[in-house]
Ligand binder design. Structure first.
Ligand code: NDP
Length: 249
């Protein structure tokens, strides 16, 4: 089996593709936006913090990559009207969508279920599970207009099997794997494929919150794990549908 971490993408792998990345302002999403843009994609930078998106927008422009777009939306409280506006904006600006990286996520609390705060549960489910499902459903008409579209959901080690004190996060990631599989199996649009990616331990703010005692320098950076992210978004993974891969394998 191929090692995703050793994948070597063509420099123009994503040329002329329109790709939406959620949570693009920081961490893995930021690295993916830069990497996709440097491989030729026009990236749509989604996030909830506008100034972070502006910084990465400038960075991408400065590198001479295709001009990105910015799409701010708070996923924990997004309304049907917000999604309608998002779809309209993309429709007007691009007329189609070739890929989505559902990367935005929150950790919630590292607490046993017995004491898990219900408001935190609701927020984790809204951001990690409901939002990627609703956004995918809303964007299907635009994905259908692509020759080959790739929808990628961020999973986790605890999205494969539960682990104690990972609470709503683990439940949301197991459920997002199920969402990806169902879209893939139902196969209502053969030009669209759906897969999950588990980044593995990666040097970001979320990881530091989950493991405060760990030395971040011992971990791979988001840039280090980009080969697998490029693989799932580009045409070398055309045969993959309903799979879940580990970026560090
Ligand atoms: P970060 O916390 O570094 O980044 C998460 C991004 O999601 C941020 O840009 C954040 O925006 C955005 N985001 C969070 N909540 C919302 C919201 N309500 N609305 C809109 N945007 C939001 O996380 P990572 O980069 O570490 O994680 C990326 C993905 O990878 C996540 O899905 C995570 O679960 C998964 N993952 C990460 C691992 C790791 O070791 N890092 C391991 C396994 C899985 P803002 O910057 O404005 O807060």
């Amino acid at each position: 089996m191929m090692k995703y971490s050793e994948y070597q993408p063509r420099p123009d792998l994503l040329k002329d593709r329109i790709i939406l990345i959620t949570g693009a302002g920081d961490g893995i999403g930021r690295a993916a936006a830069l990497s996709y843009a440097l491989h030729g994609a026009t990236v749509v930078l989604h996030g909830r913090t506008l100034n972070k998106l502006e910084v990465i927008y400038d960075e991408i422009e400065g590198l001479g990559a295709p001009q990105p777009a910015i799409l701010p939306l708070q996923l924990s409280s997004a309304s049907p009207r917000d999604y309608e506006l998002l779809v309209d904006t993309l429709e007007r600006q691009f007329g189609r969508l070739d890929g989505i990286l559902h990367n935005a996520g929150i950790l919630g609390e590292r607490t046993e279920l017995e004491n898990y705060p219900v408001d935190v549960w609701d927020d984790v489910m809204a951001v990690n599970l409901r939002a990627p499902f609703v956004m995918t459903q809303e964007l299907m008409p635009l994905l259908k207009k692509s020759e080959h579209a790739s929808v990628v959901f961020a999973s986790s080690g605890v999205g494969r099997e539960t682990r104690e004190r990972w609470g709503a996060y683990s439940v949301s990631k197991i459920a997002i794997e199920a969402v990806s599989q169902l879209f893939a199996k139902e196969n209502t649009s053969p030009n669209i494929r759906f897969n999950c990616i588990n980044p593995g331990a990666t040097r970001t703010a979320m990881r530091a919150k989950a493991y405060p005692d760990e030395d971040p320098k011992t971990l791979p950076t988001p840039e280090n794990i980009m080969p697998a992210y490029l693989y799932l978004m580009g045409d070398d993974s055309l045969h993959m549908n309903g799979q879940s891969i580990d970026a560090q394998d």
